[in-house]
Design a binder for this molecule. Structure first.
Ligand code: SAM
Length: 232
């Protein structure tokens, strides 16, 4: 059962008014007046009872506080060089469930997509929120606007505790990296160019391997976030 985003009206009164959630609650979930729902307002979880459904709004009365948790205490930053839209959307869903802290869509030399529309970006934001709702994680990942790889490398990535890029031929295995804060760049289907490898390496990024076979970018992204976010 998903945990719905709600707004507090005047504690203990809350409501859900986004059309998709109201349809989901009253349609497939068949929830009616008197039924209970798991909701969240910001980072706080609650159990609530439906007090009424009218004019496209689900009105709720909070009955208990519930603690939301994250998968681990680690901060994992993911930069994904743009590739097939359908697969990229699948990976957004999975890495959100796996606890990613933020996602940087990146345009690299061999990215098959060079730009995205505002509507597409909104769809990606909705996918991330839907995955948060589904897995009930506490924090909400930040989805950054797409930027060119050099901008990321010389910009926000400098804040990452450990800076990594996924490269099949790397000597170091990603599973050996233990860090409370780390970010990783995943290449596009055509891989990184030699210049990009040199640029990242000379800026302090370390190449890490995910094994001896070539993974699709989507598989590499999900595996990397799964491993980096796993507390031993
Ligand atoms: N022919 C491309 C190449 O030689 O890089 C294959 C690219 S692969 C389909 C897409 C991206 O996934 C790569 O750029 C890399 O970041 C990541 N990747 C795939 N397999 C990997 C592995 N075994 N270890 C580390 N990264 C991998």
């Amino acid at each position: 059962m998903p945990r719905f985003f709600a707004e507090m009206i005047d504690y203990p009164a809350a409501c859900i008014e986004d059309t998709a959630s109201v349809r989901h609650i009253t349609g497939p979930l068949r929830r009616r007046e008197g039924d209970e729902l798991a909701i969240r307002v910001g980072l706080q979880g609650y159990r609530a009872r439906i007090s009424s459904v009218r004019a496209g709004k689900v009105m709720l009365e909070i009955i208990a506080e519930e603690t939301l948790r994250d998968r681990s205490s680690r901060s994992v930053h993911l930069a994904l060089c743009l590739f097939d839209v359908k697969e990229l959307e699948d990976s957004l869903r999975s890495v959100t469930e796996l606890g990613v802290a933020d996602i940087h869509p990146v345009i690299s030399a061999r990215s098959s997509i060079r730009s995205i529309t505002g509507a597409r970006f909104q769809r990606w934001e909705a996918i991330v929120l839907e995955a948060v709702k589904q897995c009930e994680r506490r924090t909400i990942p930040v989805l950054h606007r797409p930027e060119a790889l050099p901008e990321l490398v010389r910009g926000e990535a400098r804040q990452w505790g450990r800076r990594l890029f996924a490269h099949r031929d790397a000597a170091q295995a990603l599973r050996e990296v233990q860090a409370s804060d780390a970010g990783i760049v995943i290449g596009p289907e055509g891989g990184f160019t030699e210049e990009e490898v040199i640029m990242m390496s000379s800026d302090g990024f370390v190449a890490v391997s995910l094994g001896g076979t070539t993974l699709r970018a989507v598989t590499a992204a999900i595996t990397a976030v799964g491993l980096l976010g796993c507390e031993s």
